[in-house]
Design a binder for this molecule. Structure first.
Ligand SMILES: [Zn+2]
Ligand SMILES: [Zn+2]
Ligand SMILES: [Zn+2]
Ligand SMILES: [Zn+2]
Ligand SMILES: [Zn+2]
Ligand SMILES: [Zn+2]
Ligand SMILES: [Zn+2]
Length: 1750
């Protein structure tokens, strides 16, 4: 933020004047004057320029202080006539607020809509109202608001029920119809009226003011200086970057300032970028204009006089003030509405409200926002004036829309966006339709703006420019308005409404006329199309209109008179369109099977055809609706059916369907993708309701009015198949057409498509009006057919179903009746599975199946049938009956032409196919025959009620063919085919057909007497026929099952044999390795496992040891597959490893990062704020194999980066690579080492105090030797002050340099891993000489063990035996590496580290900078001591044991830790002491004793305690993690196998680990003395800081309901741009911080790069690794470093077990604990980076994202 710099003196100069000002006096004066407007203007003219705009940087603090005092206060005094605070309070008290909530939504705030009760989806509730409403128990939808719009609570028209929440429930006592003005005195009304009209007029004048240098009359300032602003305005053309760049040049600002300017311009719509004299500003303006005018129109810049800007600023404030003041009283609000809508002097449409609206597009964003807000809180909140405003809005509608289309601001900043607030109110919408003819206005305005037409007046979008495209997008918002108007259907019609609706309908037909036949295509032959034609615009239009068309039909369906009128209008429009479609052509005559018909000559493959036929389709829809009405049922003669020409009706839809068939047949390949796309959308769920479905209906309607034979012949002709089936010898097709294989292939596909179309025309009866169904039957059937493909998630089903204008599919009402829900696990989604009984609805030729769907569904259904042991035949389902108008369609099945076609195909199938017929063709034919049979059965069943049954399909198919004579009948053909070997796949179906025929015949024979068989056609007889077949099947199945069982048994036997063998072999191996002891250490036999395996000590002189050389370990290199034994002097073997900084265990995230160059990491602070974690995938390689591999990766990456400039998921520059086997991200390797042979000494070992004495002498000697060496190095002077010569004790050789036992490759790898740990852990450049290298290695070892110990506790797993191999291998090599890493460092350095470490426990006055023991993490200390000790120990030859030393270290550090625990856990209050018995008792007393010893040394700082119970509890709990970690450490260090009882549970493991250290928890007194002498340096302030045990860190608690998070995020404001809403609020799941992500405002610089808030945060909070929840997107974000990231499924699920990434569906979301725990586990085990790596490898697009900007 730019500080206040230059204008400090300005206010102070005015101060005295301001102090003398009295608002009361001014108001009193105003009450006296005759010309109040003039007086008020004078006041404003005087003060406004003195408060606002006094310098380059506006000073909101001054303005906010002075403006209320000098400007608003007198107005309020005048208005109230008394002290405003009193007056306004009175007003508020008397107010009877309306029941509307009217809460205006902020950007990102959650909104709720009830899917059961909302009148339409735009009706929403705020969170408060929602929680107090009945709808929270209903099915609701939750979304985030885009800003604007208000809560509809209390609006009775918005809700079908429950319109009020508890808060807005009206009092029954008061009548809400009362005029609010009745409560106000006349004087008050008059005064309010005066003030409001002056102020509103002033504000309107100023906001619409266009002169830059002048002011309206009466506002000229008394003194006028040469002070100007250079004002930059927002546009949507220029990018942020362009503006920032230009500003830097034009006004000489820094990039940061430029960003801030640009942000403000984008937000408020304008911003002054320069202040000064006219010249100065004008100069900046010209630079900006010049710089931005090259490609586009220049940025808008104005040089404005400061007083103009000042008044505009105050005008905005004044509007805000008005908005606030009317909140006190509905009466004030009504007066303001009255003032605003009062007609001005210029007559119609000249009120202040009109003026504002009409100037909308000229104002800047900020001004628009303010007055829109005011409109919403005034006009739209007052029921009376809302109506008047709506009328004005409708009157200005055309003009407003035109302005909007020309304007370049988004719609949310346009006044036209208010339409939703009025048009969706049903009563207002109806009033606007009848009184303002709104429907027609909207449609006409839309048509006016869409001027791309071709010669025939059709829309044409070909080659339209970018600007036209832009305009086209904006015009589409008009369709939205039309949708709002139509969204609620009228329940009652008035004559006037009918008239205006039909007028609107006519206008709509005009629109559709322009679409009918647009974008026609012609088949391309020869060469491929040159340029893909534009098709998207037309489809966009179609898609946008889809709901409108549906709604138009619904309106029509609600009134019979309207329906018939609309039908007539639509028919005449269609006739008009098609007039002359037969022109110029001689009709041709088709004849077949003794029938003939005339038709036109037309070939889809040769002439123009269009996929856009909205008029035909609308008519088809209306026809189906008519068919449902009573008129159609009773008096069809009243309908205009006689005017219909069926061939004309079917012509265009048929062409369109033929086009699709031909595209499928590959005939239109040369027309390119645009056609393929169009065909795709034609069938797509978004369009099909008003495209494909309606074409099918239209064919059904047309065919129902025609002779079926005629219909089929015309169809054949359009499919260009007529010549095949009409020829006399069509049954011998295979003999003739050998000529062209392609043509044969095409024709086969066309025949298949044609047969499919016949199946659909006869079989699709689930449209209400076509068949006798309800609308739920339709949706139920859709769902069944989707689920027949496979079980689906809720969202998948929703996507597959068409949504209505309310975004509802109606699925919820029927889903449970056809499907079962299965809940999801930790991953995946919940699934719906079809109920078995619903499968009988399955229709293989369901019209919405694509070919792929069809074959998947067929396979799935057959499989299920087979699994249930049923016949796998899929016969056609039983269908509902047709409505009367469509009833004749069934006759298509038994008409001669169809039977002729069926017969021909069956005849072809007699011979094996040589490409002349296809399996699918035959399958369709069989299906059609099946349909005929099912239909006949149905007719027979219903014949009892309905005796006229002239449907006799069996009779027809039994008759021999007519022409040529004596061809076999269809039935005869089928009987022959039944045994054809080449028709194996169709056998089931043919058998089913023959059985059903037999069954029908029997039924017909005994028609009167026998009861009808069951509906599915499985009669008794059939069962008996089938039973023999089935028995045979059964026997066969049984035999197969038996065979399978035998096979399984055999395999099992084999396997268990192998297993036994394997175990035996391994046992031998195992024992061998145990017994194979090195002869050189046979003296240590008494410590071998056989002698003491009952106590497997892992530390101390009695520890378990495998002897000098332990088991031979042989491993295989994953790269060269060679085996290799691990040996000290052998080839180095390495594990791929990943080292990372970690804060997972941090107890202090506020600690600033260390300065990497200065930081001394020797002592880890107990807050564990930063650690270094090492992980590995456990894959082993030769070091030289790995080096070669890594070099190859490096080389490849360099080439790739040069060539493609693409990133990879790993950063080679930083040493990263992917494990060659598992692609796990790695950045170094750990060498595998063997245990070192440590000699065991039988001599008596010193006890602790003796040992301490010896060690202390050794340290003294070492220290002085070091200092001497240092001094000698420095300048050669031998004796310096303070350097006393201390002689080393016996057997301690200061000048001894031990031999490094390792081979050169192992040494190299030791250095590699050490350097990598150092580099990553400290974030420094690699330097193998740095003394901190070994420290970092020990630290990483300690940290990794600690984190794994925590992980095991959190996962409730035992300490030993539960770690996966990879972690086990990693830990053991890490510890062994730790014990060896000193060999490659300077020995003196390591010795020095050891001295300092030891001094922390045993004070040594010569060692400086020793921290207080409360500031040391004891486990880190233990590990460092043990691992650095060999460097000292190697000098000793006196016979001391290293094991003894380890044991002493363990004792020392443990005692120190107990001291820490005791000091940090003394309770404030005396707690209830409890008695415990036995062994516990003894421990308690010891603790108490120890504590008292501490007290004597520390004095009164510690409270007195009487018993040790509490202390003992604290010690027991506090020390557990430490002891467990120590057990792990020594286990891996010394290689002792864990005793089996430790595998059982973690608690028990901890207990035993104490014993294994042969260590008693309570220390002997002499130990404690050591510490207490040091304790004086304890800082009390830190005592309460750490309590042990440290709890494991958790990710933050998340609320159960996701909307709580949204609400929290919506009130979050960007911390950097003063109170602005953040666009992408993002929650850190580690610490709970909310961040303003992905935005310029919160970018900061990190290591020289601009990074977003999230990336910056990860560096402080997670050492570079972050886990976030993007609240608006409902998406988890993982970040690592500056370049890596991925999205992860959020832990929130809806009721259907699905996540909603992007919050698109809006189902309520609830926290799924299991999934959240899974994320937490990833974090705790340091796998986030690895997870990102895998995600990026799987999805390369993730690599390209600029993660650092998030
Ligand atoms: Zn509300
Ligand atoms: Zn409410
Ligand atoms: Zn509800
Ligand atoms: Zn190898
Ligand atoms: Zn691996
Ligand atoms: Zn955080
Ligand atoms: Zn921000």
């Amino acid at each position: 933020m730019a500080a206040v710099e230059t204008d400090r003196d300005a206010p102070s100069a005015l101060c005295s004047e301001f102090l003398n000002f009295s608002a009361k006096d001014t108001a009193a004066k105003w009450l006296q004057v005759s010309n109040l407007p003039k007086e008020v203007y004078q006041h404003l003219a005087c003060y406004v320029p003195k408060i606002y705009c006094l310098g380059p940087n506006l000073n909101p603090q001054n303005e906010d202080l002075l403006a209320p005092l000098l400007l608003q206060s007198p107005l309020e005094w005048y208005l109230c006539g008394e002290e405003p605070s009193v007056g306004l309070a009175k007003l508020e008290q008397n107010n009877q607020p309306s029941q509307l909530c009217g809460h205006v939504f902020k950007v990102g705030e959650p909104t709720y809509s009830c899917r059961e009760c909302a009148a339409d989806p735009t009706c929403v509730l705020c969170m408060q109202c929602f929680l107090g409403s009945v709808h929270k128990e209903h099915r609701y939808r939750m979304t985030t608001s885009g800003g604007g719009g208000f809560c509809d609570c209390g609006d009775t028209e918005a809700w079908k029920k429950g319109p009020y929440c508890q808060k807005h429930e009206p009092n029954i006592s008061d009548s809400s119809q009362k005029d609010p003005l009745a409560n106000l005195s006349d004087e008050m009304i008059a005064r309010t009226y005066n003030v409001f009209s002056i102020i509103l007029k002033y504000a309107v004048d100023m906001l619409t003011w266009e002169k830059e240098d002048e002011l309206p009359e009466g506002l000229e300032p008394p003194a006028r200086g040469d002070t100007y602003y250079c004002m930059l305005f927002n546009d949507e053309v220029h990018t942020y970057e362009q503006v920032i760049y230009t500003l830097q040049k034009a006004v000489n600002c820094t990039q940061k300032e430029a960003v801030s300017f640009a942000t403000t311009v984008d937000r408020d719509g304008r911003k002054s970028v320069r202040f000064g004299d006219f010249q100065f500003c004008e100069q900046a303006k010209s630079v900006i204009v010049r710089n931005t005018s090259r490609q586009t129109k220049p940025l808008r810049v104005q040089v404005m006089h400061s007083s103009v800007v000042a008044h505009q600023c105050f005008a905005l404030k004044a509007l805000t003030w008005l908005g606030q003041i009317i909140r006190y009283s509905d009466a004030l609000r009504r007066i303001l509405c009255q003032v605003g809508l009062q007609r001005g002097p210029e007559g119609e449409n000249s009120s202040l409200v009109d003026t504002l609206m009409l100037c909308d597009s000229k104002m800047w964003k900020g001004a628009r926002n303010v007055y829109h807000q005011l409109f919403m809180s005034s006009l739209l909140m007052d029921t009376k004036y809302k109506k008047l405003f709506a009328i004005q809005f409708a009157k200005n509608y055309e003009r407003l829309q035109s302005d909007y289309v020309k304007d370049d601001h988004d719609r949310e900043f346009s006044v036209t966006d208010l339409s939703v607030q009025m048009f969706t109110v049903p009563s207002l919408a109806r009033m606007l339709i009848t009184e303002e003819n709104l429907m027609t206005t909207i449609i006409r305005t839309f048509m006016d703006h869409l001027r791309h037409r071709d010669l025939h007046g059709h829309f044409q979008f070909e080659r339209y420019t970018a600007q036209q495209a832009f305009k086209f997008r904006r015009v589409q918002s008009l369709i939205g308005d039309l949708k709002y108007v139509l969204i609620s259907r009228p329940t009652e019609w008035t004559d006037q409404l009918r008239e205006k609706y039909l007028e609107g309908f006519s206008a709509f037909l005009e629109l559709l006329k322009c679409m009918q036949g647009m974008d026609p295509v012609v088949r391309q032959v020869g060469q491929h199309i040159e340029m893909e034609p534009e098709w998207e615009a037309a489809f966009t239009l179609q898609m946008k209109l889809t709901h409108i068309i549906s709604m138009m039909q619904e309106w029509c369906s609600s009134d019979e008179r309207v329906l018939i009128e609309a039908y007539k209008k639509c028919l005449s429009a269609l006739t008009h369109c098609h007039s002359g479609f037969t022109d110029g052509e001689q009709p041709i005559t088709l004849s077949m099977c003794g029938h003939s018909v005339d038709t036109i000559r037309y070939c889809v493959s040769q002439e123009k055809v269009s996929i856009h036929l909205p008029l035909s389709r609308l008519l088809a829809g209306l026809h189906a609706l008519l068919s449902k009405t009573e008129v159609a049922y009773r008096f069809p003669e009243l309908l205009p059916l006689s005017e219909l020409s069926p061939p004309m009706l079917i012509e265009h839809p048929l062409r369109c369907l033929v086009l699709c068939a031909q595209v499928h047949a590959g005939m239109w390949r040369r027309n390119g993708f645009s056609l393929v796309n169009q065909i795709y959308y034609y069938h797509n769920v978004k369009c099909r309701v008003e495209m494909f479905d309606k074409d099918l209906s239209m064919l059904q309607a047309g065919a129902s009015m025609m002779d079926p034979n005629h219909f089929l012949m015309i169809m054949l002709s359009r499919f260009e198949l007529y010549h095949i089936f009409s020829s006399a010898d069509c049954r011998k097709r295979y003999n003739r057409e050998n000529a062209n294989k392609d043509v044969v292939q095409q024709n086969n596909t066309l025949i298949e498509e044609m047969l499919h179309l016949v199946i659909m025309i006869v079989g699709e009866r689930y449209t209400a009006g076509v068949g006798q169904v309800e609308c739920f039957d339709e949706i139920r059937r859709e769902i069944v057919h989707q689920l027949c493909i496979r079980p689906m998630a809720h969202s998948e089903l929703v996507k597959a179903l068409p949504e209505n204008e309310n975004k509802e599919t109606g699925m919820e009402r029927v889903i449970d009746s056809v499907a079962l829900f299965k809940k999801p696990g930790v991953t995946g989604k919940g699934l719906y599975k079809l109920r078995p009984e619903s499968a009988k609805m399955f229709n293989l030729y369901f019209h919405h199946y694509s070919r792929a769907d069809q074959s998947k569904a067929e396979e799935a259904q057959r499989k299920i049938k087979r699994q249930n042991g049923e016949d796998s035949v899929l016969p056609p389902p039983v269908l509902p009956r047709f409505c009367p108008l469509f009833a004749s369609l069934v006759n298509i099945l038994q008409c001669d032409v169809l039977l002729g076609i069926l017969g021909a195909v069956l005849q072809w199938a007699m011979e094996p196919s040589g490409g002349h017929w296809s399996e699918s063709m035959l399958q369709r034919v069989l299906h059609l025959i099946g349909m005929g049979l099912v239909e006949e059965q149905q007719h027979l069943l219903s014949s009892a009620e309905d005796n006229d049954t002239n449907f006799n399909f069996t009779l027809k198919i039994s008759r021999p063919g007519e022409a040529p004579a004596n061809t076999p009948s269809i039935l005869a053909l089928l009987e022959t085919l039944q045994n054809a070997p080449h028709l194996e796949v169709h056998k089931d179906m043919i058998r089913w057909i023959l059985k059903t025929v037999a069954n029908i015949k029997t039924t017909r024979e005994c028609t009167a007497s026998a009861p009808p068989s069951d509906s599915s056609g499985h009669s008794q007889e059939e069962v008996s026929i089938g039973s023999t077949v089935r028995d045979k099947d059964k026997a066969e199945r049984k035999r197969k099952a038996e065979m399978a069982r035998l096979r399984r048994e055999k395999i099992m036997a084999q396997m268990s044999e192998m297993q036994r063998h394997f175990i035996n072999e391994n046992k031998e191996l195992f024992q061998q390795s145990l017994e194979e002891l090195d002869p050189s250490t046979s003296s240590t036999l008494e410590h071998s496992p056989s002698s003491c395996d009952s106590t497997l000590f892992c530390v101390g002189p009695r520890r378990w040891r495998a002897g000098g050389s332990d088991r031979r370990q042989v491993v295989t290199c994953i790269l060269c597959q060679e085996e290799q034994e691990i040996r000290i002097d052998g080839k180095a073997m390495v594990l791929a490893a990943f080292v990372q900084r970690s804060t997972v265990m941090s107890k202090n995230r506020k600690r600033p990062p260390h300065n990497p160059d200065k930081y001394d990491p020797l002592f880890m602070h107990p807050d564990l704020s930063f650690g270094t974690h090492t992980g590995s995938c456990g894959h082993i390689m030769h070091s030289h194999c790995w080096q070669r591999y890594f070099e190859a990766v490096q080389a490849k990456e360099q080439r790739r980066q040069q060539r493609l400039r693409v990133h990879t998921s790993y950063d080679v520059e930083n040493g990263e690579f992917l494990c060659p086997l598992c692609e796990c991200l790695s950045n170094t390797v750990i060498p595998l080492l063997k245990f070192k042979s440590i000699y065991c000494f039988l001599s008596e070992q010193p006890d602790l105090s003796q040992w301490l004495n010896i060690t202390s002498l050794q340290m003294k000697a070492l220290l002085s030797a070091h200092r001497k060496a240092k001094a000698a190095d420095a300048d050669g002077v031998d004796d310096m002050d303070g350097v006393n010569d201390c002689p080393p004790p016996d057997g301690f050789k200061l000048d001894y340099t031990p031999k490094n036992p390792y081979s050169s490759t192992i040494k190299e790898m030791l250095t590699t891993f050490g350097t990598a740990t150092y580099k990553v852990g400290l974030k420094v450049h690699p330097n193998e000489q740095d003394p901190r290298v070994p420290i970092m290695c020990w630290g990483s070892c300690a940290y990794t063990i600690q984190s794994i110990e925590r992980l095991l506790v959190d996962e409730e797993k035992p300490l030993f035996g539960s770690l996966p191999c990879r972690q086990d291998d990693c830990l053991s090599s890490l510890t062994r590496f730790g014990s060896a890493c000193w060999t490659v460092s300077s020995h003196a350095t390591v010795q020095n580290h050891f001295i300092r470490l030891l001094a922390a426990l045993v004070p040594d006055p010569r060692v400086e900078n020793t921290p207080c023991i409360l500031d040391i993490d004891m486990f880190h200390l233990l590990v460092s001591l043990v691992l650095s000790h060999p460097a000292v120990f190697s000098l000793d030859s006196s016979g001391l044991s290293a094991d003894t030393a380890q044991l002493h270290f363990l004792h020392l550090v443990t005692v120190a830790h107990i001291v820490q625990i005791l000091l940090s856990s003394v309770p404030e209050e005396v707690q209830m002491e409890q008695e415990s018995g036995g062994a516990e008792r003894e421990e308690e007393e010891k603790v108490c004793m120890f504590y008292n010893t501490l007290r004597t040394h520390l004095g009164s700082g510690l409270r007195e305690v009487d018993s040790g119970w509490h202390l003992w509890c604290c010690v027991k709990a506090g020390i557990l993690p430490y002891l467990r970690a120590a057990a792990l450490f020594f286990h891996y260090l010394n290689g002792a196998p864990a005793p089996p009882e430790l595998h059982i549970s973690h608690l028990c493991a901890a207990g035993s680990s104490e014993q294994r250290g042969s260590h008693q928890v309570c220390p002997a007194p002499q130990h404690s003395r050591v510490h207490c002498s040091r304790s004086s340096s304890v800082h009390y302030s830190t005592i309460s800081y750490f309590r042990f045990p440290r709890e494991s860190n958790h990710l933050i608690e998340l609320p159960g309901d996701y909307s709580a998070l949204i609400n929290q995020a919506s009130s979050f404001t960007c911390p950097k741009s003063g109170g602005d809403k953040s666009r992408a609020p993002t929650l850190c799941l580690v610490c709970g911080a909310m961040l303003c992500s992905q935005s310029y405002c919160c970018q900061s610089e990190l290591e020289g790069v601009d990074v977003g808030a999230c990336t910056a945060h990860t560096f402080a909070c997670g050492a570079g690794v972050g886990i976030f929840l993007r609240v608006r997107e409902s998406q988890v974000l993982f970040l690592a470093g500056k370049t890596k990231g991925c999205f992860y499924a959020p832990p929130y699920l809806d009721d259907y077990g699905e996540t909603d990434q992007g919050l698109r569906r809006g189902n309520p979301l609830h926290l799924c604990q299991e999934r959240y725990r899974k994320i937490q586990k990833l974090w705790r085990q340091h796998s986030i980076t690895e997870e990102i790596g895998h995600a990026q490898e799987a999805n390369q697009t993730l690599v390209g994202i600029d993660w650092q900007h998030l």
